[in-house]
Write a protein of this length. Structure first.
Length: 61
């Protein structure tokens, strides 16, 4: 057996991991975490856009 075949994760392993995570944290906490993660990504993109606009304004002067 090769190392890659030992490390490969199949659908059953993914299902077991998801069930364990849901059991440990609960659906509500995972939803709150993902909501916070989404807000963080949105804020990061907004700051990147603002930074690009500021650099464009300073280049035109």
């Amino acid at each position: 057996m090769s190392l890659i075949s030992l490390i490969a994760i199949g659908p059953w392993q993914i299902l077991i991991i998801v069930v364990v995570i849901l059991f440990l944290f609960g659906g509500r906490r995972i939803a709150e975490f993902m909501g916070g993660f989404g807000k963080g990504i949105k804020e990061f993109k907004k700051e990147l856009k603002d930074d690009d606009e500021k650099s464009s304004d300073s280049d035109s002067k």
